[in-house]
Design a protein around this ligand. Structure first.
Ligand SMILES: CC(C)=CCNc1ncnc2c1ncn2[C@@H]1O[C@H](COP(=O)(O)O)[C@@H](O)[C@H]1O
Length: 265
């Protein structure tokens, strides 16, 4: 986005994606994402209600097309692991290097690596996958500020709708790994947990990396959620807490062995 003075106006600007389209130098476009148009429409005036009634049904076609292009792009992907984590993790930090190590270890174990395609921990995991020579996938999302797929993504898809993108993370992965992160990472983590808890997905290890970061949450789950009977004691075992890239791979292998043993013959 430009600041409007002459020099800046002459400079190329990264802009943002609106679905597959790249928009540069247009502040109005940047302020409104497609997701927001769908979810945040005002119902207050009759005019707004009429507009919504007219436009929402047609949005379905666009939503449908996102599923079609996602399924099409990822259909031949082999075994893959989705790695979530903060968009704000800085390069050169221990957490960033941990993310690179996780991507690389997963790659060496034969998994493609799928992330949100953004900066920070997502970039780190994509870099590790790239270094291991396995497919490094980034599923980007249209956001109201500058963003682009990180440079370590080999196969990139950009989504308008969060929910279509989330389906791809689950459908094409055999496990979830969470590096330290904020609301976005927690949302993705708890969505995966809910899907496993409700048996919408069955064979699915979920691994948290970094005990310093995650143990507070684990304690709260045990001391509050289990104690108050909001979740069962066994639900806590859906999560595995580890500290190193090697342990991530071991945790995934262990869960898969256990699930194989439990599977009906
Ligand atoms: C500089 C900046 C904030 C860029 C944001 N650019 C992003 N690009 C792609 N996915 C994202 C982005 N921000 C959040 N996410 C999604 O939310 C998670 C991270 O959110 P958070 O930083 O933990 O809460 C990621 O796993 C990703 O799937």
């Amino acid at each position: 986005m430009t600041t409007g003075d002459t020099d800046d106006a002459m400079m190329p600007d990264e802009g943002c994606y609106v679905g597959p389209m790249r928009i540069r130098r247009s502040a109005d476009q940047l302020a409104m994402t497609t997701d927001r148009r769908l979810l945040d429409a005002s119902q207050r005036t009759s005019e707004a209600r009429a507009q919504r009634a007219q436009k929402d049904p047609w949005r379905v076609l666009r939503i449908q097309s996102e599923f079609v292009s996602g399924f099409d792009a990822l259909r031949d992907l082999g075994e893959a692991v989705t790695v979530f984590g903060s968009a704000r993790t800085q390069r050169g930090t221990d957490t960033y290097e941990l993310g690179v190590g996780v991507g690389e270890a997963l790659g060496r174990a034969g998994f493609a690596v799928m992330t949100g395609g953004g900066p920070g921990a997502m970039e780190a995991a994509n870099k590790g996958a790239f270094q291991a020579g396995v497919p490094s996938i980034g599923l980007g999302i249209e956001l109201p500020f500058e963003q682009r797929l990180n440079e370590w993504v080999d196969i990139g898809l950009n989504f308008r709708y969060f929910f279509a993108r989330k389906t791809m993370f689950v459908k094409y992965a055999q496990a979830f790994v969470c590096l330290p992160g904020g609301f976005g990472t927690l949302d993705e983590l708890f969505e995966a947990l809910t899907l496993v808890q409700t048996t919408k997905i069955t064979r699915f290890p979920i691994v948290l990396v970094g005990s310093d970061f995650w143990s507070g949450l684990m304690n709260w789950i045990r001391e509050v959620l289990v104690a108050e009977k909001m979740v069962g004691a066994a639900d806590v075992d859906l999560l595995q807490l580890v500290d190193t890239p090697e342990e991530v791979v071991e945790a995934i292998a262990r869960t898969r062995r256990e699930l194989d043993e439990q599977a009906p013959r």
